[in-house]
Design a binder for this molecule. Structure first.
Ligand SMILES: [Ca+2]
Ligand SMILES: [Ca+2]
Length: 79
């Protein structure tokens, strides 16, 4: 896994904040489904939910920025 520069992290942070519609610093399931629809327009809702559960590694029902960053560095390969 390559180390990200501050600029790259800032860019990823922008994406995260864009999809965090209610600005609580967590992507909830429905926010993540919106993001997933853009990344993978042909994917099913079930896939999005499975992905969400995989990325939410601490299982608190939301993807925080650390979890999002880990996923981003894996090039969205959990699916
Ligand atoms: Ca949110
Ligand atoms: Ca979480």
């Amino acid at each position: 896994m390559s180390k990200l520069s501050d600029a790259e992290i800032a860019e990823i942070r922008d994406h995260f904040e864009f999809f965090d519609r209610n600005h609580n610093d967590l992507l909830e399931e429905r926010e993540f489904i919106e993001l997933f629809k853009i990344l993978a327009p042909t994917a099913s809702r079930e896939m999005a939910i499975r992905g969400f559960n995989t990325i939410d590694t601490d299982g608190n029902g939301g993807i925080d920025f650390d979890e999002f960053l880990d996923w981003w560095q894996m090039n969205w390969t959990v699916f």
